[in-house]
Design a protein around this ligand. Structure first.
Ligand SMILES: [Zn+2]
Length: 256
């Protein structure tokens, strides 16, 4: 459920007392029932505004589009459109965000999709294979298998310490920094610094993502990258007011 503060800031948007585009309170209502901002001069129908806002609340609570459209009595396509636009924006923000990773970085792969049990590992065509990079006490970044090496070069600083499991070769990692294959959790030292040898952090993200995606009850393979980036965003911003961020992202509102 929403916190009181969250509810309040939503209400100010919902009643058209605060501009959804620029955050200004200089709003007025036009004769046609539109909310108009005197600062950025943009306007929006109050009915549409309320509808989009309640769809954003549903998105925040991870309600699947078809169920939300029934709950709100809103056309499924409208809900889909809002969801899709927001997911695409979130995807781009994930790509833009953050500085290069450095220090201790965990790398691990995961398999998503595919209902059939029994087939495990990477010899399965209908599953999506993704890699995740996690900077300890920092962000996570997901990437498809064929892009991994390029991303390590682009998104991590040289001289980082990489932790992976011991199953895959990850041979190229040596070129970028120290590489440790993890078998058991233990502590070791490099040049007087102590390292915890594990990949618990990234494994925590995988279970977060799998749980999150399960809420949507099946994601098509073509849409999967969008959904995974959504999970990445939710994870990286889990300590923040996500609903507020989604409203800001959707309406292009830049808070100062
Ligand atoms: Zn405005």
């Amino acid at each position: 459920m929403l916190e009181k503060k969250e509810q309040y800031s939503l209400t100010t948007f919902l009643l058209g007392r605060k501009c959804v585009f620029c955050g200004s309170y200089l709003v007025c209502k036009t004769r046609r029932g539109y909310v108009k901002c005197n600062k950025c001069k943009r306007q929006k129908g109050l009915k549409m505004l309320r509808r989009e806002m309640s769809i954003l609340v549903g998105f925040h609570q991870q309600v699947p589009a078809h169920r939300l459209s029934m709950d709100l009595g809103v056309n499924f396509r409208t809900v889909e459109r809002v969801f899709r636009k927001l997911r695409e924006l979130v995807y781009h923000i994930c790509e833009l965000e953050g500085a290069k990773m450095s220090g201790e970085i965990e790398i691990d792969e995961a398999y998503f999709g595919g209902r059939r049990k029994g087939q495990r590992g990477r010899a399965v065509g209908h599953k999506s294979v993704v890699f995740g990079l996690l900077e300890r006490d920092g962000r996570v970044y997901t990437v498809s298998a064929d892009e991994l090496t390029g991303i390590i070069r682009a998104k991590t600083r040289k001289g980082s310490v990489y932790f992976t499991d011991s199953f895959k070769s990850y041979n190229s990692l040596k070129r970028f920094g120290k590489h440790h294959r993890v078998n058991h959790t233990y502590t070791f030292g490099v040049r007087g610094k102590k390292y915890r040898s594990h990949i618990n952090g990234i494994e925590g993200f995988w279970s977060f993502a799998k749980h999150g995606l399960y809420q949507y009850r099946g994601v098509s393979k073509s849409n999967f990258p969008l959904y995974l980036k959504e999970m990445e965003y939710r994870y990286n911003h889990r300590h923040e007011n996500l609903l507020k961020s989604f409203v800001a992202i959707y309406f292009g509102y830049v808070s100062t």
